[in-house]
Write a protein that binds this ligand. Sequence first.
Ligand code: MLT
Length: 390
Amino acid sequence: MNINQNYNKLEQSYLFSTIAKKVADFSAANPREKIIRMGIGDVTLPLCDAVVRAMQEAVSDMGKKESFHGYGPEQGYDFLKNAVAGYYAQRGIGLDNNEIFISDGAKSDLGNILDLFAVDNTVLIPDPVYPVYVDTNVMAGRTIVYMDANEENGFLPLPDESVRADIIYLCSPNNPTGAVYSHDALKKWVDYALGNHAILLFDAAYEAFISNSELPRSIYEIKGAEKCAIEFCSLSKTAGFTGTRCGYTIVPMTLEAGGASLNHMWLRRQTTKFNGVPYMVQRGAAAVFSKEGQMQTRAAIDYYKENARLIASAMQKMGIWYTGGENSPYIWLKCPDDMTSWEYFDYLLTEKKVVGTPGAGFGKNGEGFFRLTAFGDRENTAEAVKRLLS
Ligand code: MLT
């Protein structure tokens, strides 16, 4: 019996599990301390009314013979695909329902999409980065080439023609840095991908946090992307679905690689390995795109953005360099006093009882940086800011 030895090349545990364990240990040793969690980007506001009502109705549908639903289409119900297509249409992006695949979130799809690509492809990944891109490729045994995201390039690396890659990950607004690519910069990536027969895996999970209308929220706002890009999106951060689980992946019909349709391959993969998202969840997800749902989710996003503003203003007062927080729910800051990111993590946890995410957990360029999330509730965020300033 041979196991997949690539697992031995991974860190001992997934970044956010390591943090959760450290916090649980501290909490057990200091049961009286109130710890404020600004580590994992988990939402705190409840689902909005429109979603709750739609899900309640859907539960009731499931309890009646005439409206009961068994297995649904693996790639999602048309009522939700129509809603997603309508959302993209508002930005002038035309999608066919067959190009939209409903899933239980971006994380699963970002990992599962790798089934479509041979192991000998080279993967290009920005550093720092959401650890899932790296870990899933390490598990598969793929060669990873890193591109530096740093202060010099505003944490937005551009293509380097001397580097050859087959699969390229981009995340904008970026997790963890909060940096957002412009149209021009994304055009460079699309041109690079087209010129090198590479595929862009574009993570748009934080698109709803972009308030600057000049910035692109989908890779398909860039001409040519429909021939080289797959887009992953999620309702986790947009509509508080971290515990409800629903997202969508766009695989254009025009996207081909090695003479094959990636759309057909993904359909084949999903129909074989996935039985779809629960009907009740899809009903709730569709309500996110209703007029009422859009208004209510927008209010939640504005609430988190106000948290981001509070955190950012604390950084300014403390004279700490930071970026992000404007078009993203993350504040990316430079650890004070030349602390390493894990030193700053320990300092904040033990001295301020505030949890954040050490930048080093996102890659070598994250060393010396730290991420705070704006997804907390207002009271806790204000309390954390007070503690930071004290
Ligand atoms: C994060 O904190 O980076 C995210 O919440 C993780 C995720 O979306 O899986």
